[in-house]
Structure formats: structure tokens, C-alpha cells
Design a protein around this ligand. Structure first.
Ligand code: MRU
Length: 345
């Protein structure tokens, strides 16, 4: 099974191995990182991306800073630097903040370097395993919503590549396929960085799942022709009211789905829900470089004198979402009460 990042021990040194998603689908190559700064850059430059993968990469940054330290004081100093550096990389995905807090909590009571190293690597591996198990639960809950013969539309990449493994929205599709349902997936190319055309299509092809890549602007036309039965996307942050931040263009799909009476589902673990945020307007939306829009795979496509605007995410109001598929089951409206219930337990 595809896994996006690992820690290995080599020649008495710990190395983080990250599947470099910038090279996909043409090449499957791996990046080696030895410091938290290298991990932070891998996140900023999108070698590793997707909310859950970024979260685990944050854990990797902290773990690697401990694992390659020479004494306890140095390790504690590096941990603090790693924690604050990595949390500045990308602001929208809640899992980066959730996951880095989680490893900080587990190492906080360590008193020796050996103990710190043991707990850091154990926490990384446990969180990776938990990601995979959680996503499988999401997948098999969500698969119940998919009927044999359906056409599903997805946006961006919420697959194994966006996580440690298996995927969330794509995990649901994967689970339905494994259950024997004959499905077909329309894949939004997802400009500007083409996570759909490059990454989701690559994952679907690997699994042999029938799919067709479309330009983002074709979704409305396909819906109007009755070609889409269901939309499933992932999430970067979910508010207590059920508003969802996800890749730019997700909101457009929700509006279109509402117009055409097509169910619109979000698949995400409960760790993506931010208990401190009530509604979508409080979510910090990352704005990325103009260059990503003005260039297409490195080739200039806009005049140099033109400006571009590149918000990486948008917010879909909870009222437009049919259901949120989590590892604890499928949440339906009103989300506010159901989400509050989750946090009471
Ligand atoms: O900018 P990206 O590629 O990190 O955005 C990724 C998404 O929007 C995904 O849908 C989301 O993170 C889901 S992660 C399982």
C-alpha cells in the first residue's frame, strides 16, 4: 500500500523519507530529510501536501529534530524551534496544528535523551498507523453511500498522497471499489497545481479504478447532463457549525451540486474539526504565490505585467453539505449539534 512518509535509521542517523509529490505522475521519487527545516521546506514547496500528510510531516519535523540531537538540552531546544517553524508553513489545515500539539504532549514528560528519542519515534509511528486505520474506517462508512454503477466527482487529491495512507475522499472511493462496486470517477484537474490531474488520477490508475480527468470548469456541464451522481471531497478544516475549508473550487462544486440536486459529501477524520472555530469566516485561508497561477508546469502562460490572485482554499457552508463522513460515522445536518456531541465524549 502507498505510504507518503517514513522515518528510517541509516548509518547511525535518522532520515525522514518523503514521497516527492512534485515529481508525480512522471516519476516516483523520494526526498530525504534530516532536519526540521528541510521538512518545513518540503511542506512549503508542496513535496508533501494534503491536510493529514502535512500533519504527519509536522510530527516528522519534531521527531527528526530529537532523533538527530546529541544531548537532552540540544534536543529540547531543537524541538521548540521545529514546533514553531513547521507551524508557520501552511495555515489552513487543522491537522498540522493538531498533530504537532499531540507529539509535543507525548514528549513533554521525557527526562532523558534516550527516552525522548524512543517516545518521538514511537509517537510518529503510532500516529501514522492511526491515520491509516482512521482513513479505512472513513472509507468503509462512506462506501455505503455509493451505489453500483455510479459516477462520482472528486476535487483535488484527498487520497493516500494527502495522508499517511489510504485517503479520505479517495479512501471512500477505494473502499467502494474494493467492495466490488463498478464505479467511475470524474477527476477535476484542480488548477493551479493539478493535484487532481497529476495525483488523484495517478492513484486511481494504480488501483485500476475507472476514471476520467476533466478541466475544473467542466463540472457544471457534466452535472447538467446527469453525468454525476455524487460529489466527494476532503477537508482541510471543519468548523463547529460544519463549514468546510478545502481546495479552492470546492465551494463552486457545492453550489453546482445544490443547483442540480446532487449529494455533496465531505470525508475527513474528526481531528480535522477545529473545536475553537464556530464558522467558516474564522478560518485562515492560505494565499499562495502569483507564479503558480501565471505559470503552467513552469511555462509562463500570462503576460509578465499581469497580476494574479491565488487563494489555495475556499469555504463551503455546512448547510450546503449533505453529510460529513468521519471515522465515527456519517454526520448529517444539523451539524452543530452532532459535532458538539462528538467533543463532549
Ligand atoms: O493544497 P493541498 O494540495 O495541500 O490541498 C489539499 C486538499 O485540499 C485536500 O482536499 C485536503 O487536504 C484533504 S486531505 C485528506
Amino acid at each position: 500500500m502507498l505510504r507518503t512518509l517514513e522515518i528510517v535509521e541509516r548509518d547511525e542517523e535518522y532520515v525522514g523519507i518523503i514521497l516527492d509529490q512534485r515529481a508525480l505522475p512522471l516519476e516516483e521519487k523520494y526526498l530525504e530529510v534530516r532536519s526540521s527545516e528541510e521538512v518545513a521546506r518540503a511542506i512549503e514547496e508542496m513535496a508533501v501536501r494534503g491536510a493529514l500528510a502535512i500533519g504527519l510531516a509536522g510530527v516528522l519535523a519534531i521527531a527528526i529534530s530529537v532523533l538527530n540531537s546529541k544531548d537532552f538540552e540540544e534536543a529540547m531546544k531543537s524541538v521548540k524551534e521545529a514546533y514553531s517553524r513547521v507551524r508557520k508553513t501552511r495555515p489552513t489545515a487543522r491537522n498540522l496544528f493538531w498533530a504537532t500539539d499531540k507529539i509535543m504532549k507525548s514528549i513533554s514528560s521525557c527526562e532523558t535523551l534516550d527516552e525522548l528519542k524512543e517516545v518521538a519515534i514511537k509517537t510518529f509511528r503510532e500516529m501514522a498507523k492511526e491515520d491509516e486505520e482512521t482513513n479505512k474506517k472513513i472509507g468503509y462508512f462512506g462506501a455505503k453511500l455509493i451505489k453500483d454503477g455510479q459516477n462520482i466527482l472528486t476535487h483535488c487529491n484527498a487520497g493516500a498522497l494527502a495522508c499517511y495512507s489510504f485517503g479520505t475522499a479517495l479512501g471512500v472511493i477505494r473502499a467502494a471499489w474494493r467492495e466490488g462496486k463498478r464505479i467511475h470517477v470524474y477527476v477535476d484537474e484542480t488548477r493551479p497545481l493539478l493535484q487532481g490531474a497529476r495525483l488523484t488520477a495517478w492513484e486511481l490508475l494504480r488501483d485500476g479504478i475507472p476514471h476520467t480527468v476533466i478541466v475544473d470548469s467542466a463540472a457544471g456541464y457534466l452535472m447538467s447532463k446527469g453525468e454525476i451522481d455524487l460529489v466527494i471531497v476532503g477537508a482541510d478544516r471543519i468548523t463547529m457549525e460544519g463549514d468546510v475549508a478545502n481546495k479552492i473550487g470546492t465551494y463552486t462544486l457545492a453550489v453546482l451540486a445544490e443547483k442540480h440536486n446532487i449529494p455533496f459529501y465531505v470525508a475527513a477524520p474528526t481531528s480535522t474539526i477545529d473545536p475553537e472555530i464556530e464558522s467558516g469566516d474564522q478560518i485562515k485561508i492560505e494565499v499562495r504565490s502569483e507564479e503558480e497561477v501565471k505559470k503552467f508546469l513552469g511555462l509562463e502562460v500570462s503576460p509578465r505585467g499581469s497580476r494574479a490572485y491565488n487563494p489555495a482554499f475556499d469555504v463551503t457552508p455546512g448547510e450546503m453539505i449533505t453529510g460529513i463522513i468521519t471515522e465515527k460515522g456519517i454526520l448529517t445536518k444539523p451539524f452543530k449539534e452532532k459535532i458538539a456531541e462528538l467533543f463532549k465524549k
